[in-house]
Design a protein around this ligand. Structure first.
Ligand code: CA
Length: 287
């Protein structure tokens, strides 16, 4: 009996070596030429904001590598004094065993989205402000990489957009935004290059900026400018043209949100409602 088991094992081992030899594929083991790299879409986020975390496994060797795994292939976690929190914690995965073969030079990548919320006993808790080391791991090959991510506060700013009525054929070069910050914050500290409109239109860095008191309320404001054509294009793609606020002319209400960061990493956000005019006879035409 024992002899039979041993010869069975020997046969399996022999077959495995023949297969490995024939196909030049070998199961992963430590010392394999694999490299895991982790990249994040942003290293500063506000509470509730998600980041895209891309994990890439590369075969840097000269032979194919076979990795046997059960999903998830990658995971991401960070630890605090309360414990460690994983991206995979609130997710279900198919219970299967799969093989991934990486040829020499080949990569396998996945992008995971996570807002760093802690999932504990069926409840979600936001991450506290601070800097965390995010670890990206592939347990199946015993590799990891890390990136530091900072969770910052988001303050509510006031944003006034000028002109506050835009026509769809508007010809000006820019649209201005006048940003005021709450007490205790200084508009001089705004990192202009980080400002955006609706997370879609970046500030025009070629345009002039100015600090003044545009609305004469005694609170300093920073003027920044956005390319008018880009803003109108953005609005054109996002307004519900079937639902005007008023007709004759057709008037649409649009909320524009200015976001950005201060030089110290604090993030701000301010909403402004503007109106879009469209002179059309009959029903609105969707763009
Ligand atoms: Ca002001």
């Amino acid at each position: 009996m024992l002899k039979r088991i041993i010869s069975g094992i020997m046969l399996t081992l022999l077959l495995a070596s023949i297969l490995t030899f024939l196909f030049n594929v070998h199961p992963v083991k430590s010392g394999d030429n694999l490299l895991l790299e982790m990249q994040v879409s942003k290293t500063t986020i506000t509470v509730g904001e998600s980041i895209n975390i891309t994990l890439t496994l590369k075969n840097t060797g000269t032979t194919s590598v076979k990795i046997t795994f059960g999903p998830p292939f990658f995971d991401v976690y960070y630890c605090t004094h309360e414990g460690c929190f994983r991206w995979s914690a609130d997710k279900y995965f198919i219970q299967v065993i799969l093989d991934l073969i990486l040829e020499p030079g080949e990569t396998y990548a996945e992008t995971l989205q996570w807002n760093l919320y802690k999932y504990v006993s069926g409840e979600y808790y936001p991450p506290e402000l601070g800097t965390y080391v995010l670890f990206g791991v592939c347990y199946w090959v015993g590799l990891g990489d890390s990136v530091e991510v900072t969770v910052v506060e988001r303050i509510t700013a006031t944003a006034a957009i000028h002109p506050y009525v835009l026509s769809s054929w508007s010809k000006g070069v820019w649209i201005s935004a006048y940003i005021e910050l709450p007490e205790g914050y200084n508009v001089n500290g705004i990192n202009v290059s980080t400002t955006m409109l609706n997370d879609a239109v970046p500030v025009d860095l070629e345009a002039p900026t100015a600090i003044g008191d545009y609305d004469e309320d005694g609170i300093l404001d920073l003027m920044i400018k956005f390319d008018r054509a880009l803003v109108i294009d953005y609005i054109g793609d996002h307004v519900d043209w079937w639902n005007p606020e008023r007709t004759k002319p057709l008037v649409y209400k649009v909320t524009l949100t200015v976001t950005g960061m201060l030089l110290d990493g604090t993030s701000f956000e301010g909403d402004s409602i503007i109106r879009i005019l469209k002179f059309l006879k009959g029903y609105p035409t969707p763009k």
